[in-house]
Design a protein around this ligand. Sequence first.
Ligand code: WT7
Length: 654
Amino acid sequence: MSDDLENLLHEERSFPPSPEFAAQANASAGLFEEAVDREAFWTAQARDLLTWDTAFTQVLDFSDAPFAPWFADGTLNAAYNALDRHVDNGLGERVAIHFEAEDGTGETWTYARLRDEVARTANALTGLGVGLGDRVAVYMPMIPQAVVAMLACARIGAPHSVVFGGFSAEALHSRILDASARMVITTDGQFRRGTTMPLKGAVDEAIAHGDTPIEHVLVYRRTGGEVAWDESRDVWWHDVVPRQSTEHTPVPVPAEHPLFILYTSGTTGKPKGILHTTGGYLTQTAYTHRNVFDLKPETDVYWCTADVGWITGHSYVAYAPLVNGATQVIYEGTPDTPHRGRWWEIVQKYGVTILYTAPTAIRACMKWGEELPNGFDLSSLRLLGSVGEPINPEAWMWYRRVIGHDRCPIVDTWWQTETGAIMISPLPGVTATKPGSAQRALPGIGMDVVNDLGEPVPNGGGGYLVLTEPWPAMLRGIWGDQERYRETYWSRFPGMYFAGDGAKKDDDGDIWLLGRVDDVMNISGHRLSTTEIESALVSHPYVAEAAVVGAADDTTGQAVVAFVILRGEFTELADEVGEGRDVVAQLRAHVAHEIGPIAKPRDILIVNELPKTRSGKIMRRLLKDVADHRTVGDVTTLADSSVMSLIQRGLAGK
Ligand code: WT7
C-alpha cells in the first residue's frame, strides 16, 4: 500500500467541489480563519452544538500537560444532548434510527421512542445497582439496543466499555478486569451470515474466571437461542426494562466526567483502555459530523457502516449523529448476506444520502464487480466518506465513479481511537480533493509532519504525523496507567502527540498517510498489535517463539502473517519446515480463542529460526519482506545472517 501511495504522490487529478454542492455546504473556507484563535473557535462550537446544564467559563487548561481538560467547570449530560432536547424541541417523531436486521426486516426508532427506551434502561441499571462512575461492559451485536445500552450508561454517568462482539471470552475477560466493570450488558446471541451465533456463553466464560467484580449480566433476547442461566446474577432485559418508568432525569456531569473507555491495541501485548470524557468529546464529534459530512439533519439519511465495538461506531453512530438530530441507518449484518448487493439495496431502500465506510469494504465491492451496485438506485447519495486506513487511489476513483456517480464529494477522514473525532479531512464544498490524500487538518486542529528530530518537514518531505495542539476530543489518558499515556504518545517528540503514523506532505502541503510506523497492524481498518498476537501464539503449548508481521493484502489492506518456531518435542508435528497443516489449524484456532477471529493469522509459517539482531530483537522488517514476496532487505545487522536464506528456502520448498 505505501509503495503504491509513494508512486502516486505526484497525483495530478484533482476534483474541485461542484458549484451546486459548494453553494449549499455547511463548511466554508472562512472556517480556517475563524479557527486561528483555537480556544475561541472551540468555545463557539461547544456553545452552539451542545446544551449545557451549567455553562462553562474555562476553556482549555494545558498547565498539567499532557493532560488537557476542556470546558472543565461546565456540566452536561450526553444522553440529554443526544435525545431529550430534540424531543423537547418538537422533534420526537423524527426518525433517529432505521434499523435493518440481517433478515431484511426493519424497525423504525423515532427520537421519542429511543429517548423512552434509554430512560427505562437507565432506571433498570440504577435498580441493578449501577451508579455514577461505575463501569459497565457492553458486549452486543449491531442492534439499536447496543446504542440504547451506551446512552443509558451515559444518562446515569456510568462510563461504558464496549467490547466488540467479535472478540473472544478471553479478550472480554481482560477488558472487564482492567476496567473493573460491575455489569455486562449482552445478548443471548447474534445473527451472522444467515445463522445464529451465541454471545452470552462468552460472557459466562469470561466471568467463570472468578476474579471479576461483575454483579449482574443484563441479557437482551435477540435470537431466542439456548443460554445457561445463573439466577443470582443474570437478568433478562425483557423482565426489567419494559416495566420501568420513562420518567428519568439525566444526571448532569462535569465536562471532564468519563464517558467511556474503549480498548485498542498498542505496541505491547496488553490493549490500552483509551479514556474519553464528555464535553470536549461531544463538541468535536458533533462539529466534525456536521461539517465533514455536510449534515442537514432535516433531510439527510446518514449511514456509517462501523460497528459500535470500534471508535467509529462510538463517535459517528452512537453519539454525533444523535447529538446533531440526524436520521441514520443501523445495519446488523454483513455486506454479502444474503447477497453481495446488500449494502446498495439498503442505500436504495432508505434513500441514504451520506455513506461512511472503510477502504477494505470498497475494495471488496470492487472485486465483486460494478454490476452489483449498478443494479440499485444510488441517486440519493450526495457525500461519501472513508476511514480506517489509507485509501488507495484506485479504490478512491472507483468509489467516486461507481458509487458516487462522479457527483459526490469524497471525504477521506484520518483519526484514531485516541483522537476521538476526525482530525484530517477535506472539507466538502471547500477542498478540491485528490484521490488518496486526507489532505488538511480541520479548522481548530494543530498537525504537522516531522523528521526524526521532531522538526517539521518541508512540502515534498516525509516523516511522522504529530498533533501539535491539544484538541477537544483528545483522549484523557489510558485507564489505570497514566504513565503509559505519557510514554506512548508524548515522549517521542517532546510537547507533541505522536500518532504512530508515517505521512508525507506533497508539493501543495497536502497530507498523504503512509500507514503505521510501529508494531501495530491495520487489518480491514481494525487495529491489531503484532506483539499481542505473538503473545497469544506463545501461550500455546506447541510454540517456542513467534513473530508476527502485517503483510500487504489486496482486500484487507494488511493481513496477519505469523512465523512460528515449535518447541523441541513438537517439531515432528510439522514434518517439514513450512508444513504441518494440523498444527497451523490449531494455532489459528488458538489465536481466535485468545483474541477473536479477526486476529487469526492468514498464514502461519513454521520455521526453525527467526532473524534477530545481536541484541536479540526480532527483525520484523525482514520477515515482512518475505511475507510480501519482496527481496529481503539488508541483513548485515543479523546475529546470524544465514537465517533469512534458511527461512526463504524453507518457504520455497513449501
Ligand atoms: C489508525 C487508527 C479512526 C477510526 C478507525 C480506526 C489508520 C485511520 C485513516 C485514514 C490513513 C488511517 C491510522 C491510524 N487510519 N483512518 N483516513 N487514512 N490511515 O481507528 O483503530 O484507532 O486506528 O488507523 O494508521 O493511526 P483505530
